[in-house]
Write a protein that binds this ligand. Structure first.
Ligand code: ATR
Length: 286
């Protein structure tokens, strides 16, 4: 009898996470023996919880708020994109003899794939506005740069935070020919091709914290959230002639990349995204 390899999403809170559903679909589709659950970690005891999970024979985990920075610190090896983000959403519990735990960050590649493949919007040569300078926005900037837009503006309420992240990515941006700058919410620029909201402003219920001049007709306006948390942003974008998109595609794509890192098999995201879309739509108030 073969037993399934165990994985989980670690966070606090974590009961709302849809990752177990997504990974169960990937496992079914690819014929992989994977058992993926939820791991609620105490806010002050992430390390011991993860170590106990690994010691019990688990193979890896995804990591969500607020532990992505701690997860990055726990690993002995880090992918270049995790290194740029200084945060990890994926750990693979490799044995010491194989180099030890590997930390990756698949959020950025998930976002880029959702924009370029699922939404069919090219990033190369385009102008991109990335709102926010917290973990969510910092986590995606490296892969966004790799997609070689002409320009990326990172705008944040606290300008200094955006500046620090932009400085950290300056060499990466120069290497890829991307003009990268940090700006305030009062002066973010205008008429972007792609506008990505990585702030917690929607959750705070405080509306979109920049003016509609950042949009032009047909701008892809993407909020990294989905469900009710994204609704105000999506309505605002639609009302100003932009093409709204929520973070569900990014969620499924980042999961697929984590699955591939663990299992060596790339799942087909399309049927899983369609399934998740139906679930989220059914849960929305009408
Ligand atoms: P996460 O790790 O999920 O990104 P975070 O680190 O708390 O969360 O970052 C939240 C982001 O949302 C930050 O960019 C924050 O701006 P500050 O850096 O100035 O704090 C932004 N944010 C939160 N509430 C906001 C609001 N009401 N208006 C504008 N920006 C907001």
């Amino acid at each position: 009898m073969t037993t399934a390899d165990r994985y989980a999403v670690a966070g606090n809170p974590v009961e709302h996470s849809r990752s177990p559903l997504i990974h169960a679909r990937f496992a079914e589709q690819t014929g992989q023996a994977v058992d993926y659950g939820r791991l609620l970690c105490p806010l002050d005891d992430f390390k011991a919880h993860i170590q106990a999970f690994a010691a019990s024979g688990a193979k890896g985990c995804n990591v969500t708020v607020p532990f992505k920075f701690e997860a990055f610190e726990l690993a002995t090896r880090r992918t270049p994109r995790a290194e740029l983000a200084q945060a990890a959403n994926t750990l693979r519990f490799d044995a010491q003899a194989d180099g030890g735990w590997l930390a990756d960050n698949t959020d950025g590649i998930g976002l880029v794939r959702d924009i370029t493949r699922n939404a069919g919007v090219p990033l190369a040569g385009r102008r991109v506005l990335l709102l926010g300078a917290g973990g969510a926005s910092a986590g995606v900037l490296g892969p966004l740069i790799e997609a070689r837009p002409a320009e990326i503006v990172m705008a944040n309420r606290t300008l200094e935070k955006a500046k620090a992240i932009v400085d950290r990515h300056a060499e990466w941006a120069a290497r890829h020919g991307v003009q990268l700058s940090a700006r305030s919410l009062q002066d973010p620029g205008e008429g972007f091709d792609v506008f990505i909201n990585g702030t917690a402003a929607s959750l705070a219920g405080s509306g979109v914290p920049v003016g509609a001049q950042v949009l032009k007709p047909g701008t892809l306006a993407l909020d990294m959230m989905y469900g009710p948390a994204a609704q105000a942003f999506l309505d605002w974008a639609r009302a100003h002639g932009a093409t709204p998109r929520d973070g569900l595609g990014m969620l499924v794509e980042q999961a697929a990349e984590a699955f591939a890192l663990w299992r060596g098999v790339q799942p087909d995201t399309q049927p899983v995204l369609a399934h998740m879309r139906a679930l989220v739509d059914a849960a929305q108030p009408h």
